[in-house]
Design a protein around this ligand. Structure first.
Ligand code: ZN
Length: 300
C-alpha cells in the first residue's frame, strides 16, 4: 500500500479484516462497560442482528440505537473497513492528503476530502475539551514564517497563540495552536488580550503555573520550534492551505503529535477511534460554511 510505505503502522485490515470485526471494535469502544441506553441509561438490551448494522433495543424504554449513532460514522454509506484504513493513514507522521487517500482506499476525491475533514473535526473538538494543565508556556507566534530574525514577514504568515505543557526537561508535551483572527500577512502578533483569551479558554488556570511570552524576540524556543514543525509538516503534505480550514489542520497536527508520543497506555489507534466515537460527525453544510477568519468552535 502506497501510503504505508516505510512506517511502523500496519493497516487496520491486518487486525480488523472484515466489517464485523470493525463493528465489534466500535461497539466495544462506545460501550466499554456494556450497553447504556442513550435515552434512559438502562443497561439491559437485546441485540437485533437482522439488520445490516446491529441494533440494540433498550430493555426498558424500547429505544433502538446502534453503535454508530453520535459518532463520525453515523449515516455513512462506506464500509467501516475503509474508515478504519483512513484512520490508520491519518496517523502517519505527516498525515495524508485527500488525493492520496482517495487512491489508496479507492473512493472519490470528494469522499476522501470529507472523511479527512470529519476526522479532523472530531480530533479538534475532542482536544478542545482537554485543558492544558501543569507547567504551561504560551507564545504569541506567527505560523508560516521562518523564525529567523533576518527573514522579512511572509505574506501568508498568520498570527497564532501557541500553548503547551512541558516535561521536566522543558520539552513541549501537550500543544495547542490557535489562529488569531488577524489579517493574514500583516505581520502582527497576538496582543496581550488575545493571549489572555487563549489562557482563559485553553488552560486550567487553577492548577497551572502559566508563563506567557508576548514578545517576538523572546518566545519560548521549544514551543516556537513546534509551530515551525507544524508549518513544515502541513505544507509538505497539503499543497496549499487556505485560511478557511487552517485551524482544523493545526488541530490535526497537534493532536497527531500527541497521539504519536510514546508511553501512553492506549495505542494511538485506540485513542483516535475513541475520539471518533465520542464526537458526532460535522455535517457537510456546516463544514463548507466555515468562516475563514473566525476561529472554530474548538478554538473559541
Ligand atoms: Zn432506554
Amino acid at each position: 500500500m502506497e501510503g504505508n510505505t516505510g512506517t511502523e503502522l500496519q493497516p487496520y485490515a491486518c487486525r480488523y479484516n472484515d466489517e464485523q470485526a470493525c463493528m465489534e471494535a466500535l461497539i466495544a469502544m462506545k460501550w466499554p462497560n456494556g450497553f447504556v441506553c442513550p435515552r434512559c441509561a438502562h443497561t439491559r438490551c437485546s441485540r437485533l442482528t437482522s439488520r445490516h448494522i446491529p441494533l440494540f433495543e433498550c430493555g426498558k424504554c424500547k429505544h433502538q440505537t446502534s453503535a454508530l449513532v453520535g459518532t463520525i460514522f453515523e449515516g455513512t454509506h462506506l464500509p467501516l473497513l475503509k474508515w478504519f484504513e483512513a484512520l490508520d493513514l491519518f496517523l502517519l507522521e505527516g498525515g495524508i492528503s485527500a488525493m492520496r487517500l482517495s487512491k489508496v482506499i479507492q473512493v472519490t476525491y470528494k469522499t476522501a476530502w470529507l472523511m479527512l475533514h470529519k476526522i479532523r473535526h472530531s480530533v479538534g473538538e475532542f482536544d478542545a475539551r482537554e485543558l492544558l494543565c501543569g507547567d504551561v508556556k504560551v507564545n504569541s507566534d506567527l505560523y508560516g514564517r521562518n523564525p529567523s530574525r533576518f527573514q522579512v514577514s511572509h505574506p501568508y504568515a498568520s498570527a497564532v497563540v501557541a500553548g503547551c505543557t512541558v516535561t521536566e526537561s522543558g520539552e513541549p508535551e501537550q500543544v495547542k495552536i490557535r489562529l488569531v483572527p488577524h489579517k493574514r500577512g500583516d505581520g502582527k502578533r497576538a496582543n496581550r488580550h488575545e493571549l489572555a483569551a487563549f489562557i482563559n479558554g485553553h488552560v486550567d488556570v487553577r492548577t497551572s503555573a502559566v508563563e506567557s511570552f508576548p514578545l517576538a524576540y523572546r518566545l519560548y524556543t521549544p514551543l516556537r520550534k513546534v509551530v515551525r514543525e507544524a508549518w513544515e509538516s502541513l505544507k509538505s503534505t497539503y499543497v496549499a492551505l487556505g485560511l478557511k480550514h487552517l485551524q482544523a489542520y493545526l488541530n490535526e497536527y497537534t493532536v497527531r503529535r500527541s497521539l504519536r508520543r510514546p508511553g501512553a497506555k492506549e495505542t494511538m489507534r485506540q485513542k483516535l477511534l475513541r475520539m471518533c466515537v465520542a464526537i458526532p460527525a460535522i455535517p457537510y453544510r456546516r463544514l463548507i460554511a466555515r468562516q475563514p477568519n473566525r476561529p472554530l468552535a474548538a478554538a473559541a
